[in-house]
Design a protein around this ligand. Structure first.
Ligand code: PMP
Length: 774
């Protein structure tokens, strides 16, 4: 190979290191199963590993490994994996010609100091748990990583275990061959069909006892130093990561299940396992052991004199034989038990309630009579500490799906590089300002970046006051706009409820434009409700004052998921402008494509407000918000006083905001909201025909309300029934909540990635629950 066509020598390694990587070093050969490896010790004492692949190695697969390691460089597990040293010109992988045999590929990785776990026979429980935790952290850190080669066919992919049957002929002893064939039959018939519902992702896939490196701490206790060899990493079921390490931890141990259960407990404490995942661990351990003996047998055909192969498979055979005596249900119980007693500070729901009662502001609330302890979210689902999965139908903050990998990765990456404030120039801020304002119609093209919906509305009030010179404001009954004093006193939902001090003198309330239950009923009542706004303006002007602003949500959330009747917002805005006021659209809940037909809900109402406030979904859960306005209004705000906001518009938040916009666009979520939302609404209208409890179904896209009434004539609110529905739906794995002045409206505003099958399942469950109630 290499430059002179012979097997690479120490001299080759040193010259590659010098010429390509600028490392002046001495090289020493290191053992390696596939690659030819050299330890490089630089003149400064740094240590690196130079790896030269065999000729003709799969360039894309090697590139995938390099990219995965680079992806982890800014992650919480960066210290546990090797770092990629780029060449002088920034490449992670470089080719060298190996004559007729094709090309070899070279990469240089940092040297991790440690001894393979296989050499440590004394393994304290703490170390086993630490290994479990580290692998779970690795799996979480790898979320969102993808690469074309991550989806390759690999014999080590646990999902392909049954395909190993083709190697059975290489196992000479009939009894052993029969045993592993039995294992494969079980895998094909009983395990494979259960893998489809499991969470999938890119995993390391090779936590064997030679790849896990351990070192001694100052007190002599062993600790995990890191893990090496990403050669088998790929996209598959994530729980395979854990099953693989368990397989190797169980080899030649007195009580193999006990050893594995410590790693399971550690893993579960970081990435909680679902009940399905836990019940499959033992079968997946067997699958990995089968792969190990099959592939060793196959290699023995190629290398009959390799005695090491025979020796190294002995403990695997011994464990496989023992496995036939372990009852899978008993193993599942052991793992369940280990998870229930998982080691990190994981408190019971009762304990957490007690801590909250004592140490957190006393007026926080929790949902449900039996509160949920949610430990993990993915897409449209939430998982509790028991591994139960819930379809999330209410959390509109995690707009593009809980923990979307693209958003998480953007935050993680920028957080590891820089986070400052708007007093420095930063590309992210410029990019985000352009992207965000670019989604608004003229003349809305100036934005302010803040941290919460409250801050956005508070700033909107300041802008309106600066522009009009007036504090007088019209709001809708039952509206909520934020928790600061300036907003509490104009939010009837709060200031007219328990503990409230009533509306501020400058706030004027008009009825919510509720065409189902309000003072004006029917679809053609838009102008009648706008008439209420005109009357409020006249009231303000009657006292000799001038109107400042009209603040309303484009669609009404807290008020009970109300869609204003056509024409309301445009007629109200016209009247407000004619009186010299500005219209503020609160899109904190309803923006970013939820309505399906448009990105912004005000567009669906045929108006262009003067100020728009955004929040909740804008950062998919990262605390950020924004105000968008016109040049004219922004100019009125230039009073000589600086506007500074410590966190607003910081590089991390802007990276997150950009990532959210990317996902909405790339995944076509607005159109998806329209299609799935329409199907959901059609299904709910079918239920309306059959269930007298449903008084009204209304919505736009994935912003939907279902109003429950005891009598369709009197509209008596069915509030206790609504809470029963919520509890019963929760018991069936669906999270909903109620809203509206009478707490009788089921509010539906799920993450936008909810799928058609989720909708069908939800409709079926709601049908059952309503039938049981009626
Ligand atoms: N406006 C509306 C319509 C809201 O629903 C909320 C929060 N529920 C807010 C403003 C305040 O947002 P935040 O809680 O982020 O301050």
């Amino acid at each position: 190979m290499t430059r002179n066509g012979v097997f690479p020598t120490v001299g080759n390694a040193e010259s590659i290191a010098r010429e390509e990587y600028g490392l002046h070093c001495q090289a020493e050969p290191l053992p390696g199963e596939v690659d030819r490896n050299f330890l490089l010790i630089t003149d400064g004492g740094d240590r690196w590993v130079l790896k030269i692949s065999r000729p003709g190695a799969d360039e894309l697969a090697l590139g995938c490994q390099i990219e995965a390691l680079r992806f982890l460089e800014t992650s919480p597990v960066a210290h546990l994996v090797q770092r990629v040293l780029p060449t002088r010109d920034g490449r992670g992988l470089i080719p060298i010609e190996a004559g007729e045999e094709g090309r070899c590929w070279v990469r240089v990785l940092s040297y991790l100091d440690g001894v393979p776990l296989a050499h440590f026979s004394d393994r304290p429980v703490r170390l086993l748990e630490e290994i479990g935790r580290a692998l779970a952290r690795l799996d979480l850190a790898l979320r969102g990583f993808d690469h074309p080669r991550a989806h390759r066919d690999l014999v080590w992919d646990i999902e392909r275990t049954h395909e190993l049957a083709r190697f059975a002929e290489h196992i000479a002893e009939p009894a052993r061959r029969e045993m592993v064939e039995r294992h494969l039959d079980r895998f094909r018939e009983q395990v494979l069909p259960r893998l489809t519902g499991l969470e999938r992702g890119f995993i390391y896939n090779d936590a064997n006892d030679h790849n896990l490196l351990v070192r001694s701490r100052a007190d002599g206790e062993p600790e995990l130093a890191g893990l090496i060899d990403f050669g088998d990493s790929l996209h598959t079921i994530i729980v395979a990561e854990l099953a693989i390490v368990c397989a190797y931890l169980m080899l030649d141990r007195e009580d193999p299940l006990a050893e594995a259960s410590r790693a399971v407990a550690g893993y579960h404490s970081v990435r909680p396992l679902t009940a399905d995942e836990r019940s499959l661990i033992l079968d997946l351990v067997v699958a990995r052991l089968c792969a190990s003996v099959f592939l060793a047998a196959q290699r023995r055909q190629v290398e009959p004199d390799n005695e090491y192969l025979q020796i190294s498979t002995r403990p695997v055979w011994r464990l496989l034989e023992r496995m036939t005596m372990i009852d899978p249900d008993e193993a599942t119980r052991t793992f369940e038990d280990a998870c229930a007693h998982s080691p990190t500070p994981s408190r019971s729901a009762d304990e957490i309630v007690a801590v909250r009662r004592r140490h957190l502001g006393f007026n926080l609330s929790v949902s449900y009579s039996e509160p949920l302890k949610i430990v993990r979210g993915q897409g449209q689902y939430l998982f509790d500490d028991q591994g139960r999965r819930y379809l999330d139908l209410v959390n509109n903050v995690c707009h593009v799906g809980h923990c979307h990998p693209h958003v998480g990765a953007a935050a993680q990456r920028q957080m590891a590089v820089l986070n400052t404030n708007t007093r420095y120039l930063h590309d992210n801020l410029a990019e985000y300002a352009l992207r965000l304002t670019g989604t608004f119609p003229d003349p809305l093209d100036v934005c302010f970046l803040v941290n919460s919906g409250t801050e956005a509305n508070d700033l909107a009030l300041r802008l309106a006051r600066a522009h009009t010179g007036s504090k007088e404001i019209i709001v809708l009954d039952h509206a909520y706009h934020g928790h600061s004093p300036s907003l509490i006193e104009i939010s009837p939902y709060k200031c007219e409820g328990p503990g409230g001090e009533g509306l501020a003198p400058h706030a004027h309330k008009v009825p919510m434009p509720d065409a189902y239950r309000g003072p004006h009923r029917g679809p053609d009542t838009g102008d009648a409700y706008a008439g209420e706004v005109r009357m409020a303006i006249a009231e303000v002007e009657g006292t000799g004052r001038k109107l400042g602003a009209f603040l309303a949500e484009s669609l009404i959330s807290c008020g009970g998921q109300v869609i204003p009747p056509p024409g309301f917002l445009s007629a109200a805005s016209d009247a407000v402008r004619a009186a010299g006021g500005v219209s503020i659209a609160d899109e904190v809940q309803v923006g970013f494509g939820r309505v399906g037909t448009h990105l912004w809900a005000f567009e669906s109402q045929g108006v262009v407000p003067d100020i728009v406030t955004l929040g909740k979904p804008i950062g998919n859960g990262h605390p950020m918000a924004a105000v968008i306005t016109t040049k004219e209004i922004a100019t009125s705000f230039v009073t000589g006083m600086e506007y500074f906001n410590t966190f607003g518009g910081n590089p991390v938040s802007c990276a997150v905001g950009l990532a959210v916009l990317d996902v909405i666009e790339h995944e076509g979520l607005q159109q998806h909201a329209l299609e799935v939302g329409n199907r959901m609404q059609a299904g709910l209208r079918e239920l309306h025909e059959r269930h007298p409890l449903i008084g009204d179904v209304r919505g736009l896209g994935l912003f939907i309300g279902v109003e429950l009434v005891r009598d369709r004539e009197t509209l008596e609110p069915a509030d206790t029934e609504a809470s029963r529905v919520i509890d019963e739906m929760k018991a069936r794995g669906f999270l909903l909540s109620t809203d509206g002045p009478f707490h009788n409206v089921l509010k539906i505003k799920p993450p936008m990635v909810i799928q058609a099958h989720d909708v069908e399942e939800m409709l079926e469950a709601l049908d059952e629950v309503l039938s049981a109630l009626e």
